[in-house]
Design a protein around this ligand. Structure first.
Ligand code: DX5
Ligand code: ZN
Length: 215
């Protein structure tokens, strides 16, 4: 069964505490936190101080997705804020292996995200060092975008690599996953789905989270 990591990007930012408690009641396995800097992606969201405050209200692990330029500058801050998984973009950091090692040196799980156009090959020499691969199924920056169909093949190929080499890597996908395509996307071989608008567009967020959990 795939785990669910609801993204608070589409939540009510004025009521984050209540929104997170709803996700928790719905059985969310992680809380997905989208950090954007207005440079790596066009949008700006929040940073370590907000995450640190949110950490006080829930035990659910924090899955922090950094869409920021040169994330290595801020790893320590996100660790101190309470991140359980830190995922950086392959495209955002020049010394990817070093950045991964830095994340792991703090005892936090290290993930690498790939934009839709970035090939799986770019991970070849770091596969032995990472805990998670995040396949972006939209171009990062905004919630509510349409799932890019060709990403299904990319997820399947990554699953095959993980299985053939017996790697200890979680496979996650992010973007455009809704109730009507979630099953099909999960079947491509995912361990974790990220869902933003697919949850927060619902009138009953608790019930909608449960619906994704039951898939
Ligand atoms: C997009 C973010 C996603 C986003 C997903 O850049 O990384 O986590 O919140 O939102 P939906 O599920 O609405 O596509
Ligand atoms: Zn994300």
């Amino acid at each position: 069964m795939a785990k669910i990591s609801p993204s608070i990007l589409s939540a009510d930012f004025g009521n984050l505490k209540e929104e997170i408690l709803k996700l928790e009641r719905g059985g969310a396995d992680y809380i997905h936190l989208d950090v954007m800097d207005g440079i790596f992606v066009p949008n700006i969201t929040f940073g370590p101080p907000v995450i640190k405050k949110l950490k006080d209200i829930t035990q659910t692990p924090f899955d922090v997705h950094l869409m920021i330029d040169r994330p290595e500058r801020y790893i320590k801050d996100f660790v101190a804020a309470g991140a359980d998984i830190i995922t950086v973009h392959e495209e955002s950091t020049i010394h990817l292996h070093r950045t991964i090692e830095e994340i792991k040196s703090h005892g936090v799980k290290a993930g690498v995200a790939l934009n839709p156009s970035t090939p799986l090959d770019s991970l070849e020499y770091v596969l032995d060092y990472i805990d998670l691969v995040l396949i972006m199924t939209v171009n990062p920056g905004f919630g509510g975008q349409k799932f890019i169909a060709s990403m299904e093949g990319k997820i399947k190929n990554m699953r095959q690599i993980i299985d053939e080499r017996n790697l200890n890597i979680l496979l996650e996908a992010d973007g455009g996953i809704k109730l009507d395509n979630a099953k099909e996307v999960i079947r491509c071989g995912l361990d974790i789905i990220v869902v933003g608008s697919g949850i927060f567009e619902a009138e009953d967020v608790v019930e909608r989270t449960k619906m994704f959990k039951r898939l």
